[in-house]
Ligand binder design. Structure first.
Ligand code: SF4
Length: 178
């Protein structure tokens, strides 16, 4: 179903403030398992030589043996592997983010589903929303930063970059079945 126009339905009421490096070490990478398109997978594959030395030993081992994609599928695409309950690309933060930041754009190698977090497309209603505790069937109701009481900062301000990215339409397909 094609998206008609971008609408972040709860942008005015939702709050969000990512505190990575200010008390949070990247909890959202725990069992993250984004699914990736062939284009995203190719982009990561091209950087793998640079990425590997930064990974946890268990992540390196599993990628060397089986690759970074599992056989599990989400939205018709393979999901990134997890080891010791963390995304294989996690090591005190997202290694893909770190490598991409060195190249000038921290989001350029990151799966779109990760880059957009916590902005989400509700494919039933074809509308964007900010994930918040107990909103639209949210199941991550113990992730502190999705708690609207966690901060007074409006998500419409803190997620301006993610919202701008959604407006371009590039992220739509990451949340739709292929
Ligand atoms: S989005 Fe939330 S869980 Fe992820 S790094 Fe930021 S504060 Fe931590």
């Amino acid at each position: 179903m094609a998206r008609l126009s971008l609408e972040v339905v709860n942008a005015d009421t939702a709050t969000f403030d990512c505190s990575f490096g200010r008390g949070c070490d990247g909890l959202c990478c725990r069992n993250g398992r984004p699914s990736v398109s062939p284009k995203e997978a190719a982009l990561i594959k091209k950087q793998l030589k640079r990425v590997m030395p930064h990974l946890r030993p268990s992540a390196r081992k599993i990628i060397e043996k089986e690759g970074f994609l599992s056989r599990r599928m989400k939205l018709g695409r393979p999901m990134v592997r997890v080891t010791d309950t963390w995304c294989v690309f996690f090591n005190k933060g997202c290694v893909l983010h770190k490598i991409a930041a060195e190249d000038g754009d921290p989001l350029m190698y990151k799966p779109v589903q990760c880059a957009m977090f916590p902005l989400q497309l509700d494919t039933d209603n074809n509308e964007w929303y900010v994930r918040q505790w107990h909103y639209k069937g949210e199941d991550w109701n113990d992730l502190f930063c999705l708690n609207p009481q966690n901060t007074k900062r409006k998500a419409s301000e803190s997620l301006a970059g993610e919202i701008a990215m959604a407006e371009t339409g590039v992220a739509d397909k990451a949340f739709l079945s292929s």
